[in-house]
Structures are given as structure tokens and as C-alpha cells.
Design a protein around this ligand. Sequence first.
Ligand code: ATR
Length: 293
Amino acid sequence: MSSAPTPPDRYALVGHPVSHSWSPFIHGMFARATLQHMQYRLIDVASDRFRTEAVQFFVDGGKGLNVTIPHKQTAAEFVNELTPRAEEADAVNTISRLPSGELVGDNTDGVGLVIDLEDNLKIALEGRRVLILGAGGATRGVVGPLLARRPALLAIANRTRARAEQIAARFAGRGAIIASGFESIDEGAFDLVINATAAGLEGTVPPIAPTTIGANTVCYDMAYAPGDTPFTHWAKAQGAQATYKGWGMLVEQAAEAFLVWRGIRPQTRQVLELLTRKGPAAVRIIPPGGSGP
Ligand code: ATR
């Protein structure tokens, strides 16, 4: 008598909205390439039901969750344990269930961004002047890993200045970090400007002075879209040396989550190529947030 086939290990992305997420495609490609018996689906959950749905997923035998907007900070409170990088960010994008049943929260957004910048795009960070626009969950996840690369300066500018100041205070002592509002950045041209705001969703660009962009400035939008995002469009008009969108961060944070869950880091190049070729079929701007949408 032949035994029933083993069911696949179950993973999912929980967030709202998630219907347009590329994560099932990315993890499906990784699973095929590394011969992992697993499935990855989307769970669309509004804020008030996150805990209930996440508990149910794990009670039903789920192995791991990715978490995206708007649940990353709630997820950090929900898990039993945080990895050091998730604790530092106070935000979780990857949850694993240990054999004991304990849930561990991790954050792979920062390492995903740094790998995309340094390995894929060959953008050096050490000794460079870096500006991040935005002070939400996306920024919290990447500040620690960026500071670990020892930039000469990491400036955080945000519409609500107090949120930028909170992050700078949290990471004070870890490197040269300053905070400001958009209009008050007065530091001349930066080497790298990263947009981590959701302004592009409204078709706008944070109102920073054009003098922050020089002929040698590289601009990176954590959001991604088929063509230019409002930020990459604006940056080109200011004469930026190069502009990039967040496809690579999306794929690299996913590869890092896959490593956390399966113990194997899949190759990312082929998936990234497929995704950026497929990307033009999408019609909307996707917000920052790494694991998500
Ligand atoms: P995420 O997890 O994607 O960072 P978030 O925590 O809601 O999401 O943060 C969104 C970021 O985009 C914040 O920095 C927000 O600025 P505020 O802190 O002032 O709210 C920023 N943002 C959203 N809409 C914006 C807009 N139209 N112009 C500029 N910044 C905007």
C-alpha cells in the first residue's frame, strides 16, 4: 500500500492590501529552484484581525509568515521572540514557527536593501553621504543595516519631523545620523538618496531641495512600478547620475526570508530578471515595504 503524499509546508504573506503582491511568484520560483516542498499564498487581513488570523495560520500548522503593511509593528509585539535585527527595527517582516511552537520575528528588509545596493547595483555605502526620505516602517527596517556599512552621514528626512528624530535618537551612537523635515535638509548634494515614503502612491514627491541631487547622486526608490515612479522621474529631471526602483530589494528580502525558513539562500538573479521583464505588465505603483506588495 502506498502512503499518502506529504502535504507541502505552508507559508503566506499577510497584509492589506496584498492582492497585487509578487511574493507568491518569487517564493514559487525559489522553491522550484531549490526543490523545496512548500506553498506560499496571500492572506489579506485588515489591522484589527491580524492577531486572530496569524494565530489561526500557525494553529493550522503553517510554518512561516511574511508580514507587510500595515502589520509590521503589530507583528513585533505578537511574536514570542525577536531576532536582534527585528528588535532593533521594532518591526517584523518574517515570522518562523520553531518546533517548540514558539514564534520568532525577524526583519529581512534591511539586509535585502543593502544586498541590492552593494551586490546587484554595485553602489558603495562606506564613507558615503546617504539621505533617506520617510520615517515609517520601511525606514526603521533599513537604518541599522545601512549604518553597519559605515556611511559618512545618514540623514533621515520626513514630513513629520518628530518621527525622523525618534529614529535618529534610537540609533544615536551607531554612526553619524541626523534627522530633519523635508524642507530643512541643508547638507548639499548626497551620494545616495533613498525614497522610503508612500508619497508616490499619491503621485507626489517629497518636497526636498533640488540641491540635494548633484551630478554624482544615485537615487533609489523602494517602491517599484513598470516605468518611472514619481520619485525616479523627479530625480532624473534633477540630473541624478542614476535612478533605481525597489525590485531588487523585494527579491533579496524574500531570498533572506527563504533562508530563515528553509536554511537555503536561493539564487536571485534569474527571478529578478524575470520580474523586471514582467514588471511592465503591472499597472500601478507599489508602496515601499519590502516583503510586500
Ligand atoms: P511604511 O511601512 O511603508 O514606511 P508608514 O509607516 O505608514 O509605511 O510610513 C509611510 C511614510 O511615508 C512616512 O514617512 C510618511 O510620512 P509621515 O510620517 O509624515 O506620515 C510618508 N508619507 C506618506 N504620504 C506622504 C506624502 N504624501 N508626502 C510625503 N511623505 C509621505
